[in-house]
Design a protein around this ligand. Structure first.
Ligand SMILES: [Zn+2]
Length: 107
């Protein structure tokens, strides 16, 4: 099974520009949640997005699974995990780029 990295689930290759940390990260999560793209998403909507249900789909040849390198786990639903309290609390202690929040909107 191939493990797939996503922005904010892996901070190893964060862009250097526009770095934020701590409570600023929580504020960006709030903005992201309120954005028109994600505001209606929940775990049921999530089933329709390949990104979120990836671990349980495959093309017959290869299975893929999102991985969170910050929590060191492979979440069942990546987006649900991304917005979970535990994940956000851990991410707060890292430094991330605002660009990663923007990137998520285009997945
Ligand atoms: Zn996590």
């Amino acid at each position: 099974m191939d493990l797939i990295d996503y922005p904010l689930l892996n901070v190893d290759n964060e862009p250097e520009e526009d770095r934020i940390t701590g409570d600023s990260i929580l504020k960006e999560f709030d903005k992201l949640k309120q954005s028109c793209v994600i505001k209606h998403w929940n775990v049921f909507y999530a089933l329709h997005f390949e990104f979120l249900a990836r671990g349980y789909k495959g093309d017959g040849l290869k299975m893929t699974q999102p991985i969170c390198r910050i929590c060191n786990m492979t979440p069942e639903f990546a987006l649900e995990h991304l917005f979970s309290y535990k994940h956000k609390e851990k991410l707060k202690s890292h430094s991330v780029s605002l660009r990663s929040f923007e990137l998520l909107l285009f997945l």
